[in-house]
Design a protein around this ligand. Sequence first.
Ligand code: UGA
Length: 434
Amino acid sequence: MKISVIGCGYLGATHSACMSSLGFQVVGVDTDQSRVNLLSQGELPFYEPGLDTLLASQIKTGRLTFTTDFAAAADADVHFICVGTPQSKDGLAADLTFVKSAITAIAPYLKDGALVVGKSTVPVGTAQALREILSTSAPQADLAWNPEFLREGFAVEDTLTPNRLVVGVVNDRAENILKEVYKPIIDLGTPWIRADLPTSELVKVAANSFLATKISFINAMAEVCEAAGGDVTVLAKAIGYDPRIGSRFLQAGIGFGGGCLPKDIRAFMARAEELGADQALEFLREIDAINLRARQRVIDVVRADLSEDLTQYKIAILGATFKPDSDDVRDSPALDIAAQLEAAGATIVVHDPKGIEPARKRFPHLDFAEKVTDCVKGSDAILHLTEWKEYRELDPSVIGQLVKSKFLIDGRNALDREKWRTAGWRVHALGRTD
Ligand code: UGA
């Protein structure tokens, strides 16, 4: 069986390397020539632990190639659509331009019996609409949907050992083809869920909405803890022992960002409105609002502690990416806070182990430091905003000798507060009053 992967960004690059590692002949197709050049040399255009070595090893086997030419995918039996669906510039809905152009571009090359499999996160109803388009432009082919649940930082693991496989199909043939593709993964005992097209699309956005809800729930509890004199980390630990609640995704802090959770809950609300089901998802508006409020709360703490007028203050920002083990700065809460403080007149220096270049592209007016020691030098406050391991390993006594004032705000509740306090630091952690 030969596979094509259309769109070689985060999802597509990971999927193509993983499919090749399962033994398939894979061609990755992308319209970006420079990305194709890099991938063809076995190099990643982004940081993802473990994917760099997998990609390089798969290129060496000769099974995995990348191209900008859609014709190279003509002999593939299965075509995975892995293009992005960002938030529209003019609203909450998802922008489907890339999905539609991928389908249009591949349609003339689909051979008899080819299966197009959507992996991109799309508004419910998209798969059916695309299937109808294909029924006229390429009636010899079929379409299925197979949502992806991989997390950045764990992309290879989540692709090769996912906690479930979900396929949206309208006939047994499509299901059987996908069972053949995923056989090695199914053989590991991975749950297989066959759904109709709309349910498969909904599973993805429902999962991300649930995760966003969990995070905003604990951040709402953090607000209440701050008002009532409680400690949200103890609260999270205590409720997490109930298996019906579970302890994961209850890390209170500055909230969720990235290229998925924020835009997915917004696109879900926009789609529900079109369907006349807007009331059902009204709560997601609050989830979004709590999430954005978490960023504002950090700024409020800085202002309350330093001064309303921040023009005389230097603030060191530890972390630029939306989460650790990634160089992704899309909708990063850390960078949003940094930019807002800079706009308020503070002198800002940002450090990140992997995300400085992408962060600089987005916020060229911010100052960045390659070393933590340069970042914190002479600062009036340190804001810990992305929980990289490197920051947990800092020695508060050493850092204390570099700063102007030993004041730390832990925006991720991930540092050892006692260690910093023992070294003479004032520490404020979100959702903890003591
Ligand atoms: C998310 C989902 O977790 C994946 O299952 C999904 O496949 C992916 O989106 C997608 O739609 O493609 P990802 O964006 O990589 O994955 O990031 P998460 O690990 O979900 O983290 C999202 C954000 O929530 C981060 O900013 C993180 O710092 C924050 N977070 C996470 C918290 O603030 N608290 C927590 O307890 C957990």
